[in-house]
Design a protein around this ligand. Structure first.
Ligand SMILES: [Mg+2]
Length: 348
C-alpha cells in the first residue's frame, strides 16, 4: 500500500484507541510457540530460553520521522528497514537474530492502515536466511507532541565467547568491506529532491538502497564460524567513521585506499562527474549497512572463497597500521575529510 492510498483510509490510531491497537498488533499468534520462546506475546513479559553454550546478543535502534525517514516513506519499506538496521548490528557481531521487541510512538492522526503496512514490512524482514526473527513483545503509545518513531530491540544468539567485536583488529590486518558504499547516501539525496539529472530508474534504485538495507548476515556468521574475522562493524555512520570506531576500539591505526572502495556503477558515474569531493561524501555518508571487517593477511584468500560461495562481493580496501592515525589516500595522495561521518543531529 502506498502512502497516498493510506491517506484515503479514515481509521486512525486515535479512533481505534491504544488498547485495541495493542490487541490488534501484539496479540499472541495461535499455534505452538516459536523455538526458544517459553512465554511469548500476551503476557507481561517474554521468557526466552538461551542454550547453555550460547550468549545473548542485543541491540536497539530508533527511527524517527524527519530525522531518519520522511513522512511520505512507504511504511512497508520502513518496517523492513527498522528490523534490518538492527539485524545489521547483530551481523557485525556474527550473531544469529532470533527475537525482537517493538515500541511504536504514534501521533493520533496516524492511519491504522499505515501501522498495518509497517507490521507487514516487519514480518517480511523477519524472514531471514538464518531463520525467522520472532516478535515477542511490544507496545504503542500515542504522542500528541512528538514525531512518529519506531524502536526495535533485537535479541540474538552467538556461541559462547565467539562474538566478533570492534576491538580485535591487529596491525597488518587487511580491511575488507562487503557490497558497495555510498548508494544509501545518494538515495537520501534523491529523497530530499536532489540528483534531478538522473533518470527515474536510477533515482529509484538509489532510493531503494537507502530504504532497504540488506545486511550480509549469513556471510558474517560464516566468517566467524571459519574463525576468519578478527574485528567487525556494520557501516551505519559512514565507512570512515566506522573504520575509526574499529581503530579506536582496537587501539590501532589504518590506511584506507579510497580508490579501492567498491562503488556501484551509478555512484562511480557520479564520482566521475563531481570528483573526489563527492567520493568523500560517499565515504562519510552513512547508512550503507554493509559489513566492515578485518582479517589476517594470510586469511584474505579464504575470505574471498567464502564470499564467492555466499554470492556477496567483498573488497580489500586497506590495512591496519601501528599507532592511532587513520590515513585515507586517493591514488597515493592524502584525502581531506571535512566530516568524519554521518551526523544524525545535522540531518534534519
Ligand atoms: Mg552498528
Amino acid at each position: 500500500m502506498t502512502a497516498t492510498q493510506i491517506e484515503t483510509q479514515t481509521e486512525t490510531v486515535a479512533t481505534l484507541g491504544e488498547f485495541a491497537l495493542i490487541q490488534r498488533f501484539f496479540a499472541p499468534v495461535p499455534g505452538p510457540l516459536p523455538p526458544g520462546v517459553a512465554v511469548g506475546l500476551g503476557d507481561d513479559a517474554a521468557v526466552l530460553s538461551i542454550p547453555r553454550t550460547q550468549q545473548l546478543v542485543t541491540s536497539t535502534d530508533t527511527l524517527v520521522e524527519g530525522v531518519h525517514f520522511t513522512a511520505d516513506t512507504d511504511p512497508y519499506l520502513l518496517g523492513q528497514k527498522a528490523l534490518c538496521v538492527n539485524i545489521s548490528d547483530l551481523a557485525a557481531m556474527a550473531a544469529q537474530p532470533r527475537w525482537y521487541l517493538l515500541s511504536l510512538s504514534l501521533p493520533p492522526s496516524t492511519p491504522v492502515a499505515w501501522v498495518d503496512a509497517l507490521l507487514s514490512g516487519l514480518n517480511q524482514a523477519a524472514q531471514q536466511p538464518t531463520g525467522t526473527v520472532v516478535l515477542v513483545g511490544g507496545n504503542t503509545s500515542t504522542t500528541a507532541v512528538g514525531a512518529l518513531s519506531i524502536t526495535i530491540t533485537l535479541l540474538g544468539l552467538v556461541g559462547k565467547d565467539r562474538a566478533v567485536t570492534r576491538s580485535g583488529a591487529q596491525v597488518g590486518d587487511h580491511i575488507l568491506v562487503t557490497g558497495t558504499i555510498g548508494d544509501a547516501a545518494l538515495g537520501w539525496s534523491v529523497q530530499q529532491g536532489g540528483l534531478q539529472e538522473l533518470d527515474e530508474e536510477s533515482r529509484a534504485a538509489l532510493q531503494r538502497r537507502h530504504q532497504l538495507p540488506t545486511p550480509p548476515i549469513e556471510l558474517a556468521i560464516a566468517l566467524q564460524a571459519a574463525a576468519l574475522s578478527r574485528s567487525a562493524i556494520d557501516i551505519s555512520d559512514g565507512l570512515i567513521a566506522d573504520l575509526r570506531h574499529v581503530c579506536q576500539a582496537s587501539r590501532v591505526g589504518a590506511q584506507l585506499f579510497a580508490e579501492r572502495v567498491p562503488l556501484s556503477a551509478l555512484a562511480r558515474s557520479q564520482v566521475a562527474q563531481h570528483g573526489t569531493k563527492l567520493l568523500t561524501r560517499l565515504l562519510t555518508g552513512g547508512e550503507d549497512y554493509e559489513l566492515l571487517f578485518t582479517v589476517a593477511a594470510t586469511a584474505v584468500a579464504a575470505v574471498m572463497v567464502l564470499a564467492h560461495t555466499a554470492g556477496i562481493p567483498v573488497t580489500d580496501i586497506g590495512l591496519i597500521t601501528a599507532g592511532s592515525d587513520l590515513l585515507v589516500t586517493y591514488q597515493g595522495q592524502p584525502m581531506a575529510l571535512e566530516n568524519g561521518g554521518w551526523d544524525h543531529f545535522s540531518a534534519s
